[in-house]
Write a protein that binds this ligand. Structure first.
Ligand SMILES: [Zn+2]
Ligand SMILES: [Zn+2]
Length: 96
């Protein structure tokens, strides 16, 4: 009786292991899928910045023409004059 109980306990433990493994696997797939989806959305949407002055998530515009910019790291190209420009807040026009 003790032996049978032991075996069923081991079996149950193994089943639990499999179940946990399966759940972790599914969760991982879900997370990876979600991240890929987020990156896809980020690629479509213009980048949003958190403005320190007005405290909003805002789009960036150029400091020279307040026009849309092609964003690079910490600076961008003004779509109006095609020159190098700084990125400023769309709302309060202050640099990020
Ligand atoms: Zn702002
Ligand atoms: Zn410009």
């Amino acid at each position: 009786m003790d032996g049978a109980t032991g075996i069923s306990a081991v079996l149950r433990q193994e089943l639990t292991c499999w179940a946990v493994g399966a759940i972790i696997g599914i969760a991982l797939v879900a997370v990876v899928g979600l991240l890929a989806y987020q990156r896809y959305l980020m690629g479509k949407k213009p980048t949003q910045h958190l403005c320190n002055y007005c405290g909003h998530m805002v789009g960036a515009v150029s400091d020279c023409h307040h026009a849309p910019v092609k964003e690079r790291f910490l600076h961008g190209t003004c779509m109006e004059c095609k020159n190098d420009c700084r990125l400023v807040c769309q709302r309060c026009k202050r640099p990020f």
